[in-house]
Write a protein that binds this ligand. Structure first.
Ligand SMILES: Cc1cc2nc3c(=O)[nH]c(=O)nc-3n(C[C@H](O)[C@H](O)[C@H](O)COP(=O)(O)OP(=O)(O)OC[C@H]3O[C@@H](n4cnc5c(N)ncnc54)[C@H](O)[C@@H]3O)c2cc1C
Length: 356
């Protein structure tokens, strides 16, 4: 998914899934691209699993007879997928969707986007509140500023039920289940411990290795890191990296991929963090349009209003719930990106295109 380079921004916030956040951090840690320095905030979403767009649509339309275009909101609650329509809701057990889970997601170990500045999810908090894990000082400043200026209200997670125990439980389940799968597939991304080790282990490996070790083994998450560092050769088509041109042997695609060697990142069930909160937007529109407590939209709204960032990159859906990368420069644009789309938008190239 590309955005045209019509506009470029110096300070961007990026909202992404754990695999996408890992990709940005790996590109940053290995100094593969200069634009990442201008990504001011990484807001990661919790993610237990995701579905390929066409498969998820087939599940809802063919198996349950509900047109995607009639759905107003998708939600996952207490082990059920809920598709809210104008005239009621379709509800069915989450386990019915298991065959439709993207194959690359089954080797992912990260539930809470451990490398973001701020991670946001539903689990742990009550209805219409978001759980916010603050991981960095700049994330803490963003949250405190948004509270001070009246954009959000927050409570410590210890004050709410079900609280941190449930987040840890799901993170642990995902880690254990998928680690076994990752080991069965002989994946590489659990092996390196340091950046030096990554460089050493990746030496001499390039596009052919990326295709055979990551794509053909089903471990590609479609994050788009390879496309972002080498768009003249690689393009993600239908969630799969496709070779478009002659390889220049720079081997950056292999280095950038978060599913090749990765440095040690898993610390406890939730990764490194400063504090966890339950957060809700104070603005009625953000709360109404947001997926849970509208925390992501409220934090971005504050950052845009106060000119802490110039733009935010999230995703926007079309009438058939297909996600597309979307830039927001103000609250009106931001509101159109609120809510969760349960499928994948490969948008790192879009992030690169608009980051000066
Ligand atoms: C595929 C997927 C699986 C998830 N699984 C879980 C889970 O298992 N447990 C859990 O607690 N939470 C999960 N979440 C997160 C949850 O659904 C909410 O997105 C989160 O709680 C933030 O809610 P909010 O009201 O604060 O955000 P909002 O204010 O509604 O903002 C949501 C932000 O997320 C962006 N966004 C929406 N869909 C996508 C997408 N597909 N890719 C990238 N960005 C997107 C929007 O553009 C917007 O910026 C998942 C999200 C996704 C996309």
């Amino acid at each position: 998914m590309k955005l045209k380079k019509e506009e470029e921004f110096m300070r961007l916030a990026y909202v992404g899934l754990p695999c996408q956040i890992e990709a940005v951090r790996k590109i940053e840690a290995l100094s593969l691209e200069t634009w990442v320095k201008n990504v001011s905030f990484l807001i990661g979403l919790f993610c237990r699993e995701n579905w390929a767009y066409t498969c998820f649509r087939a599940l809802i339309e063919d198996d349950y007879g509900v047109k995607f275009s009639d759905v107003k909101k998708f939600n996952i609650k207490k082990g059920n997928i809920i598709a809210e329509k104008g005239d009621g809701a379709l509800q069915f057990p989450l386990k019915k969707s298991k065959p439709y889970i993207r194959i690359g997601c089954k080797a992912c170990l990260d539930f809470t986007a451990e490398l973001s500045d701020i991670s946001v999810g539903a689990v742990g908090s009550q209805d219409k509140w978001s759980t916010v894990i603050v991981r960095t000082q700049r994330g803490m400043e963003l949250l405190n500023g948004a509270e001070r200026e009246g954009y959000i209200e927050k409570k410590a997670i210890d004050e709410v039920k079900p609280g941190v125990g449930l987040i840890k439980k799901i993170a642990r389940e995902k880690y254990n289940e998928n680690l076994e799968e990752a080991r069965n597939r002989k994946t590489l991304h659990t092996e390196a411990k340091t950046l030096e080790e990554i460089k050493k282990l990746s030496k001499g490996k390039g596009l052919a290795n990326l295709m055979s070790e990551v794509v053909e083994t089903g471990n590609c998450s479609s994050c788009g890191a390879c496309e972002a560092v080498c768009s003249e050769v690689i393009r993600i088509e239908n969630e799969v990296p496709v070779i478009m041109g002659e390889c220049k042997q720079r081997c950056e695609c292999y280095l950038a991929c978060p599913r090749t060697y990765f440095y040690s990142r898993y610390e406890g069930e939730l990764g490194k963090f400063i504090k966890i909160f339950s957060v809700r937007a104070r603005d009625g529109a953000a709360l109404e349009r947001g997926q849970d407590g509208g925390a992501v939209t409220a934090l971005l709204s504050y950052a845009l209003d106060k000119k802490i960032i110039d733009a935010a990159l999230g995703v926007k859906r079309d009438e058939n719930w297909k996600p597309n990368a979307a830039i927001s420069k103000n609250k009106e644009e931001l509101m159109k990106t609120a809510g969760t789309i349960y499928s994948y938008s490969t948008n790192l190239s879009a992030l690169k295109a608009v980051t000066k």
